[in-house]
Design a protein around this ligand. Structure first.
Ligand code: AVJ
Length: 329
């Protein structure tokens, strides 16, 4: 990565510079084996997003029950001017988990950043989104980083730096426990520096019935998304999960303020993954995802502990979803 930078010099306007995978090839295997060996079997949610999983997630975002995507999009549209004023012109906009970059398109149009740095674990999604953005914003330098933002990233250096702003939409931060989110915010505080800022989309606490519906959609798209993790293990790690013997289960854990997704073993069985074998009791679960929900005050307190001041917050009309404008202190 560094060598490529030196050889070709700084990026010119209107080009996409693609930084190849910094995701260790074997991490899926190691993380899956380690997670399935725990007393409470666990698989990290970042592995949902292979090509099929990314498509299923996009289908989730179009479901009528899944309000977060629509609410965040409408609040971003509704407050675009204010958001742009908060960020300021000519920043370097870094987006974590950029996926299909729908909301980023709105932001880029309004903010006119000097550079856009999408970071995503899914290479396909990243390439498609970067190509679209290049056609739409020919004046923009795009530095696409195929990587895992949950680990410290080397973000390529730019000549015209500007203020660094990290955009982290979609309530992806909800995948982390509050302790993990604190550590993550500290790391990003280091990355943006003393003049930096952050725009973070955070799902709000609300009626558990609404939450339940959002993660148990009638068409079973969320169930397919969850089960795809086992199919991916079968495809990539020589697993023999029988998908008919597991069922999607999602519920709101009010004490911990989070939706939990699990895959329930429908009977006593054992499953092989490569050279490893795992035993399941009937009813035993694999915990596949947390989706933590925060009130505005709770999230601001968390950000404050990590060195950010909650300077602005924007909500959608129904008050279901929040976009926080944080500045480094
Ligand atoms: C992408 C992590 C924000 O937690 O709502 C959607 C993922 N899981 N339906 C979320 C997800 C099940 C989503 N995040």
């Amino acid at each position: 990565m560094a060598r490529e930078q030196r050889r070709r010099g700084p990026p010119r306007l209107g080009q996409v510079r693609f930084f190849g995978s910094v995701v260790a090839a074997d991490s899926f295997r190691e993380d899956a084996i380690a997670g399935l060996s725990l007393p409470q079997k666990t698989l990290p949610p970042k592995y949902f997003y292979d090509a099929r999983g990314s498509r299923l997630f996009e289908a989730i975002c179009r479901l009528k029950e899944y309000y977060p995507t629509r609410c965040e999009l409408s609040l971003t549209r509704g407050h675009l001017g204010e958001i742009a004023r908060f960020v300021g012109k000519n920043c370097t906009l870094v987006e974590y988990g950029s996926g299909d970059s729908v909301k980023s398109r709105l932001l880029i149009g309004a903010l006119h950043p000097a550079a856009y740095v999408p970071v995503d674990i899914s290479e396909d999604a990243l390439r498609n989104a970067s190509d679209r953005l290049r056609r739409e914003f020919p004046w923009l330098s795009i530095l696409a980083v195929n990587g895992d933002f949950s680990r410290p990233l080397k973000i390529p250096l730019l000549t015209r730096q500007g203020r660094r702003v990290i955009y982290f939409p979609g309530s992806t931060i909800g995948n982390l426990t509050p302790e993990e989110a604190h550590a993550f915010l500290r790391m990003t505080r280091g990355q943006v520096g003393p003049e930096g800022a952050m725009l973070v989309g955070v799902d709000l606490k609300k009626d558990a019935n609404l939450l339940h519906a959002a993660y148990n959609d009638a068409r079973g798209v969320t169930a397919a998304f969850n089960l795809n993790l086992l199919a991916r293990i079968n495809r990539e790690l020589k697993g023999d999960f029988d998908l008919r013997r597991f069922r999607h289960y999602a519920f709101y854990n009010a004490a911990l303020g989070r939706i939990e997704m699990h895959l329930v073993s429908l009977r006593r069985q054992s499953v092989n993954v490569g050279r490893y074998r795992f035993a399941f009791e009937a009813g035993e679960t694999i915990h596949t995802e947390n989706s933590c929900k925060y009130s505005v005050e709770e999230f601001r307190a968390l950000a404050a502990e990590a060195g950010f001041r909650g300077a602005k917050v924007w909500l959608d009309r129904k008050g279901l979803f929040a976009l926080h404008g944080l500045v480094a202190v």
